[in-house]
Write a protein that binds this ligand. Sequence first.
Ligand SMILES: [Zn+2]
Length: 459
Amino acid sequence: MKLTFCWAAKIVTWSCYLIETWNTKFLVDCGMFQWPKEIMRLNYEPFLFDPKEIDFVLLTHAHIDHCGILPKLHRDGFDGKIYTTSATRDLCEILFEDSAEIQEKNTEQENRRRQRIWQPLRVPLYNKDDAKNCMPLFSIVEYKKTYNITENIQVRYQDAWHIMWSASIEVWITEDNKKTKLVFSGDIGQRNTPIIQDPTLIQDADYLFMESTYWDRLHEDSAGKEELLLKYTLETYKRWWKLLIPSFSVERTQELLYFFNMLIKKWKFPKEKIFLDSPLSIKATEIFKRHTEYFDNEATHKYANPFNFAELQYSENVEDSQKLNTYNQPCIIIAGNGMCTAWRITHHLKHGLRDKRNMLLFVGYQAEWTLWRHIQEWEKKIKIMDADITVNAEIEAIHGFSGHAGYDELIKRAGGFAKPPKKTFIIHGEEKAQIALKARLEEINFECTIPSLKDVVEL
Ligand SMILES: [Zn+2]
């Protein structure tokens, strides 16, 4: 069989692998390029394969860099099944709709520019109809069950801890009476993440495809996160002002709400308003409320409904969001998007970063090239929505909120293998993280490769 690294090699923000056996072609993930602009243009290039020839897709989780291009894949001819967990399907539905809206708006803007310089106009990567049309292709799988997808291909999904209902996927392929096992780690999360149940460790593979996003970091543990969240909130409230938190809509936002609810229930926390200012985060939170089947014991029993509490207020529309600019009480504003590349958080940053009483708190991975990285690296002068801003607000970060495992966890996962795989491909990470993970895995006798975009390997 043959595997092509369509994307996800030597860069963090997207994922797609093509596997070709003698009679089947399938994909694992089909993500969208997100940042920076020069790389986003790759979304408009034709696929490296003919979508009509793809028999099915195995989807690890509902992050746009893993699933975001599926509506385009369908529009361009793919008509097979997309196998994933039930809530991943529900989350994809809101992500695709949101993404289609962004595509349509961006294309409109781009076409205005093209019109001025007499360039041919562009069609959106996909539109809302494409997003809707893709949904009937989804086919639901459960964790830990083995499915015969074809006569020669079996798959089993295991919880990856990364976001709720995310998966690592085991794939068994039989060719010439020989069975080969591939394992796609998907994005791997941390142990003891709130809400999510701890996973089953995978113990064997012939070929392992392992993410490396945070290989070069360690994280604060859960207790550390809770304390830091309390500390930064109290510090901001002491100055009688606002705590701004850019957050990813799926999982990170719900984890934050879970912690704030917990802090309020423990009576350690001031009862000021917590605004959730992101329509997508609000929709995702509603999906979390519906899918309690994989909540862990603590989320199910101790905090029976972790996303319902009096201090939480949804800012559903633009007017609600704009009102926050003049809201003059201490408060917390959680707004999308998580990388500060667009949407409501950019308005809050434009209004809030000049004021030294405010605090901007980072709670997640930020790709290279993003505004967040510029701010994190203490550049005091930045540009937001064409405005020059001098950053006076306090800047803090809690790394423990990462949805990605730190190096200790990744090594524990690898150490869980009864014997090293024949080969391990290190994927989905910035280059320095990949090199560091490779060196460490080689110490425990893993043979590792760091593939490049469009590499093809025979397995
Ligand atoms: Zn992810």
